[in-house]
Design a protein around this ligand. Structure first.
Ligand SMILES: *[C@@H]1O[C@H](CO)[C@@H](O)[C@H](O)[C@H]1NC(C)=O
Ligand SMILES: *[C@@H]1O[C@H](CO)[C@@H](O)[C@H](O)[C@H]1NC(C)=O
Ligand SMILES: *[C@@H]1O[C@H](CO)[C@@H](O)[C@H](O)[C@H]1NC(C)=O
Ligand SMILES: *[C@@H]1O[C@H](CO)[C@@H](O)[C@H](O)[C@H]1NC(C)=O
Ligand SMILES: *[C@@H]1O[C@H](CO)[C@@H](O)[C@H](O)[C@H]1NC(C)=O
Ligand SMILES: *[C@@H]1O[C@H](CO)[C@@H](O)[C@H](O)[C@H]1NC(C)=O
Ligand SMILES: *[C@@H]1O[C@H](CO)[C@@H](O)[C@H](O)[C@H]1NC(C)=O
Ligand SMILES: *[C@@H]1O[C@H](CO)[C@@H](O)[C@H](O)[C@H]1NC(C)=O
Ligand SMILES: *[C@@H]1O[C@H](CO)[C@@H](O)[C@H](O)[C@H]1NC(C)=O
Ligand SMILES: [Cu+2]
Length: 658
């Protein structure tokens, strides 16, 4: 065994030298501790937003950006109501921003260089969402130019100096488009319509995709073309295979966007998941244990056939939502599998990936589809869809097409066996219904920022309004919030695809006094995404591969952490947050850059082999090396944990052979 230890030592030295021979990004100062001790599992109202949070995203560690539709928000900018703003978390201060054109039901996501895009929207409007007499925005009360083909850009800033500006490039008119960041940090923009409405129709459909920066004319999308009337905000993810998964109405397909080849997969069972059924949806954690294989989870929605949405006598807010949860692993199988159903039927619930590997499900309602987002509908369209307007229906709840808000969040744990994945233990209810046009995003401290709800054509408040234009903004504190947070030393500011590993130090306090917890420690990168309409476009959770050298003597350990897997389709370049998680307690997330920080082909480097894990009982007594423990990245054990065992066995044999 003495021989074994020497072998491990020499391996360690040689690998370290390989590591140091390549340039590595700067290390970040260790994260600190939260300064607030709320009641874990509870919501806390932190203030009232300047604009209603139809769309939000975390743009800097302490900046949440809001985008609303054009409406009579009391906060003014340049003498007219604002429809965008910035919230600074530390000081709880806000500033109004100028999103230039009408952002109503736009899509968003972040480019590989850190600039955010907000694309599409509605035409110029006046009170109540009525079309303005001209589209150039020179009239009151809102002075909002047509936003339907706008590409708006914002590079977030810390000093209050940044604002939205219009790209000189335009898209085709797109109301309700989806955006997804690609392997080279550019953006694909899919779907939408020209005039809005409760659902889409052939007279205004835009079943195409295009790119930003532009790469020629828009390209037809067969799946979007054949999924009327419910093909708005198509649910879209870049898969590790480099294809896109697109889920629209009941259909599913992969799209090889580089060659424009679409391959149909099975229809989704049980319910429609896209807007306005608006099911919770997310890509589950990509981990070493599942070899970074993508599984998408869909929960809730509405079981409505294509002709049902506009059928006479369809009283939307009495129609029950679905409890169905299904999973799809599109790079492996074209068929869905049933998963544990939701604790209660739900539409418009957001799924938020928490750093501990669980998924938070919050916001939304139990009855009814989402409200109509359109107030004015052109005459021809009215005939085509057979319903009139935006909740002026006698049966609407005020204007809302949904009812029975679900106020208590639920947690889904992908790592537990089927039958036990949902839990509400420890969580209490919010006091604020989060109906149509609400949103949520993870924050770096592991809490979740929740705002919005506005199933109304214009600013609508008052004691008689059941579901008003909502400005109250809350934070939900997950159960880990008040625990002492790990304070890892040595995380990098920028990450490559493949390349040398790096070392991260954790001490006794980080392991809650027991270094054995190193076996339950992981390093995860999260992109929080762009939240709107129960989607967080671009949201993704990627666990880095890691091993450890741990010392029982002083309860400290060094994590040996791989860079990202050598494939930018697993996590596209751009800004993200990194967390170290010990026993389910995350460090405060630090802002990082994934990839080059530039648009363009990303460098792919060979993956450096990690030192096998070892837990050293006493360094001066080689007989006590509890080794080789080659268990890597053990926190999120999945059904693919055999992979870890196989790799462990491989290393073990290698060590014995030498
Ligand atoms: C990112 O790229 C876009 C498109 O080329 C450009 O408009 C924007 O200014 C860039 N942002 C930064 C921070 O360089
Ligand atoms: C993991 O995925 C990579 C990339 O697709 C593949 O080359 C490798 O064989 C996979 N490993 C296992 C054990 O399946
Ligand atoms: C909706 O109802 C309100 C109040 O009755 C009315 O002012 C408004 O004009 C109506 N809108 C439409 C599109 O019918
Ligand atoms: C913990 O003990 C190991 C083995 O003696 C030593 O190499 C390491 O530097 C110690 N760590 C700290 C933080 O003291
Ligand atoms: C890891 O920590 C989590 C959270 O405390 C716990 O539920 C889980 O059982 C732990 N896993 C192991 C293998 O100890
Ligand atoms: C990004 O990738 C697409 C598809 O492969 C390609 O057409 C485009 O030119 C690339 N853009 C950049 C900036 O590399
Ligand atoms: C994680 O790293 C170990 C050690 O380098 C390696 O054996 C294993 O294959 C890696 N896991 C994955 C999923 O690549
Ligand atoms: C070696 O281990 C013994 C206990 O077995 C301990 O007393 C001694 O301090 C250790 N020496 C070093 C250098 O760590
Ligand atoms: C090393 O540890 C083993 C197991 O605890 C013990 O039997 C042995 O006496 C120790 N040797 C020395 C030199 O301390
Ligand atoms: Cu909308």
């Amino acid at each position: 065994m003495g021989r074994l230890l020497r072998f491990l030592g020499s391996l360690s030295v040689s690998v370290t030298l390989v590591g140091l021979s390549q340039a590595q990004a700067a290390t970040l100062p260790a994260p600190g501790q939260p300064t607030h001790t709320p009641v874990p599992g509870s919501f806390e109202i932190i203030g009232s937003s300047y604009v209603s949070a139809q769309q939000i995203f975390l743009g800097k560690p302490d900046k949440v950006y809001f985008i609303d539709k054009v409406e009579g928000n009391p906060t003014l900018i340049d003498g007219h109501p604002a429809w965008a703003s910035e919230w600074t978390l530390g000081s709880n201060t806000q500033r109004a921003m100028d999103a230039v054109t009408n952002t109503f039901c736009a899509g968003g996501n972040v480019l590989g260089n850190g600039t955010w895009l907000n694309v599409g929207g509605n035409q110029a409007v006046t009170y109540g969402g009525q079309p303005a007499s001209n589209q150039v925005g020179n009239g009151g009360p809102y002075f909002d130019p047509d936003g339907r083909n706008s590409i708006r850009l914002l590079t977030p800033c810390e000093d209050g100096s940044c604002d939205w500006f219009l790209s000189p490039f335009q898209t085709l008119q797109r109301w309700y488009p989806t955006l997804e960041t690609l392997e080279n940090g550019t953006m694909i923009i899919l779907g939408g319509c020209t005039n809005g409405g409760y659902v889409n129709d052939a007279g205004q459909d835009n079943p195409t995709y295009e790119f930003f920066p532009p790469q020629g004319p828009a390209i037809q999308s067969p799946i979007l073309a054949r999924t009327l009337p419910v093909n708005l905000f198509p649910l879209t993810w870049l898969l590790p295979s480099g294809k896109l998964l697109i889920q629209s109405n009941w259909a599913t397909a992969t799209l090889d966007y580089k060659n424009n080849i679409e391959t149909p997969l099975d229809n989704i069972p049980d319910a429609v998941r896209v807007y306005p059924a608006s099911a919770g949806n997310l890509m589950l954690p990509l981990t070493p244990a599942n070899n970074w294989t993508a599984t998408i989870l869909f929960c809730g929605g509405s079981n409505i056939q294509p002709n049902g949405w506009t059928a006479p006598g369809f009283i939307i807010p009495t129609f029950p939502a679905s409890t169905s949860c299904v999973r799809l692993t599109p790079d492996v199988s074209s068929s869905y599998t049933e998963d544990d159903p939701l604790p209660e039927a739900r539409v418009m619930a957001s799924f938020i990936a928490l750093p501990d590997g669980t998924v938070l499900n919050l916001n939304g309602a139990g009855l009814g589809a989402t409200s109509l987002s359109l107030f004015f509908v052109r005459g021809d369209l009215m005939t085509a869809i057979g319903t009139a307007g935006y909740g002026n229906d006698s049966w609407a709840i005020g204007h809302s097409y949904a009812d029975k808000p679900v106020l208590t969040p639920a947690i889904y744990n992908p790592a537990t066996p089927p039958g036990s994945r949902w839990s509400r233990n420890g969580y209490s209810a919010s006091t604020v219904p989060r109906m149509y046009h609400s949103s949520a995003t993870l924050l770096p401290d592991g809490s979740v920022f929740v705002s919005g709800s506005n199933p109304n054509p214009d600013y609508t408040v008052g004691p008689t309004v059941t579901y008003p234009s909502e400005y109250r903004t809350e934070i939900l504190y997950p159960l880990y919030y008040n625990q002492r947070r790990p304070q890892p030393q040595g995380l990098l500011a920028q990450y490559t695809y493949g390349g040398p590993y790096f070392n991260v130090q954790l001490n006794s306090d980080d392991f809650f006094g027991n270094v054995q917890n190193v076996q339950n420690t992981s390093v995860v990168i999260i992109r929080t995404g762009f939240s709107t309409h129960a989607m967080n476009m671009g949201q993704r959770f990627v666990q880095l591969n890691s091993t450890y050298t741990a010392y029982r003597q002083n309860n400290t350990a060094t994590l040996h952490v791989s860079q990202l897997p050598p494939n930018p389709a697993i996590l596209a370049p751009g800004p993200a947050y990194i967390f170290v998680v010990v026993n389910g307690v995350p460090s405060i997330g630090l802002p990082i850059m994934v990839g080059s920080g530039q648009l363009g082909t990303q460098n792919i480097l060979p993956v450096a082999e990690l030192i096998p894990s070892s837990l050293v009982e006493q360094t001066n007594n080689t007989s006590n090396v509890q080794s080789p423990i080659t268990k890597t990245s053990g926190t999120f054990v999945s059904s693919c944990s055999t992979l870890a065992w196989l790799s462990a066995a491989g290393l073990f044999l290698f060590v014995l052979a030498s």
